[in-house]
Design a protein around this ligand. Sequence first.
Ligand code: DSN
Length: 445
Amino acid sequence: MYEHIKKEDRKLFDLIGEERARQHEGLELIPSENYTSSAVMEAMGSILTNKYSEGYAGKRYYNGNEFIDEIETLAMERAKKLFKVPHANVQPYSGSPANLAVYLATCSPGDTIMGLALPEGGHLTHGWKVSATGLFFKSVPYHVLADGRIDMDEVRELAKKHRPKLIWAGATAYSFKYDYPAFAEIADSVGAYLAVDIAHIAGLILAGAHPSPVPHAHIVTTTTHKTLRGPRGGMIMVTPKGIAKDAELPQKIDKGVFPGLQGGPHDHQTAAIAVALKEAGTPAFRAYGKQIVKNAKALAKALRGNGLTLVAGGTENHLILLDLVPVFGPSGGVFASDALEAAGMTANKNTIPKDPGSPFYPSGVRLGTPALTSRGMKEKEMEKIGAWISRAVTAVKDFRLPEGKEERVAYLASFKKSLAKNKELAKIRAEIKAFAKKYPLPSDR
Ligand code: DSN
């Protein structure tokens, strides 16, 4: 494997080898990550990377795009058919540029927009203050209730008061289904565009494991590398409702992507998206998407059964948020996520709603089942993984983040050193290594 890299660049070859081993020997629990197929990777690594093709099929600024036009059209047609939309743009480099193009298509700088607050599960590009979307637009964030669900009454009140041009529904750390009809009713009542960012749940929607926002939204954006299991990339879709609101919306979206935001599309990425969409249209993918949710519910049950606390008690999708306040007090996310890594499980520290810690030292850890499910794991395996997670957290349960900034740095450095000497974490790591060997990645098959 990677014979040419081996010959050209030994250092890089070795590093890829190390990462390959990490992906095989550990358990990937980051809910936004997944393992693509060999076919997707071949398309990503193909000669299509050599081409420039600014513009769109039939209207390029460069010659030699006869086949690129067909490839891009293939990806677009597959997206349109699968998601049941009349227009798809497959050029965004990833999710953030896809979302920025939506602003270019629907808003002017300074316009008011609404999205779920980042610390409560929202995404940076839904108007959070440090993002360009919070700097160039007047952002009015909405929040979740004590039970973890989006406060639709607040969304309604804020929309009435601030009359936004654009309302986002979608999140990066939200474990419930969305009330798309309520979002649509609110957006329509103030004349706003409703854009739904399905980056995390696109694969679940195609599998029928989560409702589709297409009948309710004007615009739908997604990444292609999460539950959709494609290459890194993004897509923007305009729905029938979007076209009914503004017949020129598809052209505005296309212009927002190019020339508004990007130069030449990444044609190798477009081809890999086309492959992923073909795979996502199969019965096997539908079964995969349904299993992701079954696994998340089974993992949630196992975590609760092993004494851990979950935000909102569980999950309706692929994602679980561990509330670690009962274990560490505030800001325990860093202890738990580092302990999990030392034990061979990769997750990320994350804020929880009304977090008593801070975004850099949050009190939660975000877990997901898309990647585990791609390795063929089912409910039975989730029971084991829930027990390992609990054991790893318990192995560091006595650590407490100090108040002072400098004290924290020293304390965390000594905490990290202690991980290497922790016998329980080393034992779990060995158990996981032996276990993971039995579950090949899709690209191994
Ligand atoms: N980084 C993505 C996630 O992990 O959810 C969002 O952009």
